[in-house]
Design a protein around this ligand. Structure first.
Ligand SMILES: Cc1cc2nc3c(=O)[nH]c(=O)nc-3n(C[C@H](O)[C@H](O)[C@H](O)COP(=O)(O)OP(=O)(O)OC[C@H]3O[C@@H](n4cnc5c(N)ncnc54)[C@H](O)[C@@H]3O)c2cc1C
Length: 484
C-alpha cells in the first residue's frame, strides 16, 4: 500500500509526535527491528517509530491511517511466524512498543496487575513477585517477549496446564484502533456480561486488528513447594496415562507436564552446555518432565507424587524416575528441556511444527505421523517434545544422516503437508502456540473452515477497513476483497 503524500512530510509528522530521537530511519538503526528471530523474512522499514505512551500511539496510528501507510506493531520481536517485522517493500512503519514498559499497578487484594504493552514478561513476573504474587506466564523468550506480544499471539508456554495461556490470564485491555481511537477496557473485573467481550477479538489477532497498549492480568498465590520429576516412560501412551493418574491424585497442582522423545534428549546431550547429562542413563525411548506445585506451606505434594510413580512402575508405565532433591537439581532437569530448540539448531537443518491434538490422541498422532514420515523419507529423525499436558507437540524433524541439506530443504513442504494433514484428521490445530503470521498461511487457508475464514475476514474489514495493521499477515490481502 503506497503512501499517498510527500514522504518527508509524513516522516516529519511522525517525528513531531514521538520526538526525532524516536523515529529511526537509518539502516543501522532499524536493523534489529526489521529482521525476524528466525531470519526467515528479510525486511526493510520505511521507519521505526517508538512512542512513549498511549496518546502517542494513537496519534501515530491516526497519521499512518490518514496517509495510507501500513503499521507493523512490534514488541520483543521474538515471534516465530514472520508477523512482527516489515516486508521488503520499505513501505511499512514498525510501531515498536519498547518504550512503553511501565508497571502501572500491582494489587494483591484484587489479585491483578496492570502493565504497559512493552513491559517484558520477565519484568511482569518480577513485579508480581515483589508483591507476593505469581504472574504465571512463562516461556523461554520471556526476557525479551512483551505483554503486547504475548497477548497478540495468545502465547502459551510451560505452565498453561495449570494457569491457562495469555487469553485466560487477561482481565482487561487498552487498545488503539485503526482510526486512532482508544478502546479503554482495563480493570480487574472477573464478572462483566455487558455485551460482547471485545478484548477477546484482539487477543491472538497478531497485530492485525489493533495495537494493545496496556493490559490487566490476573495474579495467583506463588507456589511454596514444587516437586519436579524426570520420568522414563514406556511410550507416549504411558505418558498420557501418567498425566491422568497424577491429575486424579493432585488435581490442578500438576503445573507442567512435558514429553521428550529420545532424539530430542540425545541432541541436547550431544550439543548442550558442558556437564549436561541424562538424569537416568540413556536407554529409554521417552521421558516426561513434570512439576507439581503446592501453594500452602503446610502441605507437601511429594508423598502423593511418589505414590503415583510407584504404582506406575509396578504397572509397567514407568521404567525409572528421579525426583529433584533441590532447586538447583530441578533447574538442571528443566535446562535439559529448554535446550532442545538450541540443540536442534546446532544439529543442522530442521523442519518444525507446532501442532495440537486432544491429549488422548497424542499417542495415535505420534504413531501415525512417524510411520508416514518414515515412508516419505526413510531415516528422517523425529525430534518430538512439548507441552503434552496441553496436547501441544513441537513435532520437528532433522534430516536423515548423510542427506544433503539442499535435498532435505527441497522436501520441506511435503513434510509440512504430511504432518499438518495428520493433525487435521485428528481435529487438531496446525498452530497451537505460535500463530499464523506469514509462515503458516498456506496451511491455515487449507485447514481452517471456509466459514471461519469468512468470519475472520469480516471482522478484519469491520475493525481495520483500510488494512492498516499488519496487512498480508494471518489473512492474505485477497481474502479481504469485498465479501458477498
Ligand atoms: C526461544 C523462544 C521460545 C519461545 N517459546 C514460546 C512458548 O513456549 N510459547 C509461545 O506461545 N511462544 C513462544 N515463543 C514465541 C514468542 O516468544 C511469542 O509469540 C511471544 O508472545 C512474542 O512476543 P513479542 O513481544 O516478542 O512479540 P513480537 O514478536 O514483537 O510480535 C509478535 C506478533 O504480535 C504482534 N504484536 C506485538 N506487540 C503488539 C502490540 N502491542 N499490539 C498488537 N500487536 C502486537 C506483532 O505484530 C506480531 O504479529 C518463543 C520464541 C522464542 C524465540
Amino acid at each position: 500500500m503506497p503512501a499517498r503524500t510527500d514522504p518527508d512530510a509524513f516522516l516529519s509528522l511522525l517525528a513531531d509526535i514521538v520526538g526525532p530521537a524516536h523515529l529511526l530511519t537509518r539502516d543501522d538503526e532499524v536493523a534489529r527491528y526489521v529482521a525476524d528471530w528466525r531470519r526467515c523474512y528479510p525486511g526493510a522499514a520505511r521507519a521505526v517509530v517508538r512512542p512513549a505512551g498511549t496518546a502517542e500511539v494513537s496519534r501515530v496510528v491516526a497519521a499512518c491511517a490518514a496517509h495510507g501507510v501500513p503499521v507493523v506493531p512490534q514488541g520483543g520481536n521474538t515471534g516465530l511466524v514472520g508477523g512482527s517485522t516489515p516486508d521488503a517493500s520499505r513501505t511499512e512503519v514498525v510501531l515498536s512498543l519498547s518504550r512503553m514498559a511501565a508497571v502501572r499497578s500491582v494489587d494483591p487484594l484484587d489479585n491483578a496487575m496492570t502493565l504497559e504493552a512493552g513491559c517484558t514478561v520477565l519484568a511482569a513476573q518480577e513485579a508480581a513477585a515483589a508483591q507476593g504474587r505469581l504472574f504465571p506466564l512463562s516461556l523461554a523468550s520471556e526476557g525479551s517477549a512483551t505483554i503486547g506480544g504475548v497477548l497478540a499471539t495468545n502465547a502459551g508456554g510451560e505452565q498453561v496446564l495449570r494457569y491457562g495461556n495469555a487469553r485466560e490470564l487477561a482481565l482487561g485491555l487498552e487498545v488503539v484502533l485503526a482510526d486512532g481511537r482508544v478502546l479503554q477496557g482495563l480493570g480487574a473485573l472477573r464478572k462483566d456480561n455487558t455485551g460482547y467481550d471485545l478484548k477477546q477479538l484482539f487477543i491472538g489477532s497478531e497485530g492485525t486488528l489493533g495495537v494493545v497498549t496496556a493490559a490487566t492480568f490476573r495474579l495467583f498465590a506463588p507456589p511454596r513447594k514444587v516437586v519436579t520429576a524426570w520420568v522414563a516412560v514406556r511410550d507416549a501412551e504411558a505418558a498420557v496415562l501418567l498425566l491422568a493418574r497424577l491429575t486424579e491424585a493432585v488435581g490442578e497442582r500438576v503445573t507442567a507436564f512435558e514429553l521428550l522423545g529420545r532424539q530430542a534428549i540425545d541432541q541436547v546431550l550431544a550439543h548442550g552446555v558442558a556437564g549436561m547429562r541424562d538424569p537416568l542413563g540413556g536407554s529409554y525411548p521417552w521421558a516426561v518432565l513434570f512439576d507439581v506445585s503446592e501453594t500452602s506451606a503446610r502441605l507437601d505434594p511429594a508423598p502423593a507424587v511418589e505414590e503415583v510413580l510407584g504404582a506406575a512402575m509396578e504397572d509397567g508405565l514407568v521404567a525409572d524416575a528421579v525426583v529433584a532433591a533441590s532447586g538447583p537439581q530441578a533447574h538442571a532437569l528443566w535446562a535439559l528441556r529448554e535446550h532442545v530448540p538450541e540443540a536442534q539448531r546446532l544439529e543442522g537443518p530442521s523442519i518444525k511444527h507446532d501442532i495440537s491434538v486432544a491429549v488422548s490422541r497424542i499417542p495415535a498422532f505420534i504413531a501415525e505421523a512417524g510411520a508416514a514420515l518414515e515412508a516419505l523419507m526413510p531415516g528422517i529423525r523425529v525430534v518430538c517434545f512439548g507441552h503434552v499436558g496441553d496436547g501441544n507437540l513441537h513435532y520437528n524433524q532433522s534430516k536423515p544422516p548423510g542427506m544433503p541439506d539442499a535435498e532435505f530443504r527441497a522436501r520441506e513442504e511435503a513434510v509440512h503437508e504430511l504432518v499438518h494433514a495428520v493433525a487435521a484428521r485428528m481435529q487438531g490445530s496446525i498452530s497451537a502456540e505460535h500463530g499464523i503470521g506469514r509462515l503458516k498461511q498456506a496451511a491455515f487457508l487449507q485447514h481452517k473452515s471456509p466459514v471461519a475464514l469468512e468470519l475472520m475476514a469480516r471482522l478484519k474489514r469491520a475493525l481495520d477497513p483500510a488494512n492498516t495493521f499488519n496487512p498480508g499477515r494471518v489473512l492474505p490481502r485477497e481474502r479481504l476483497l469485498p465479501l458477498p
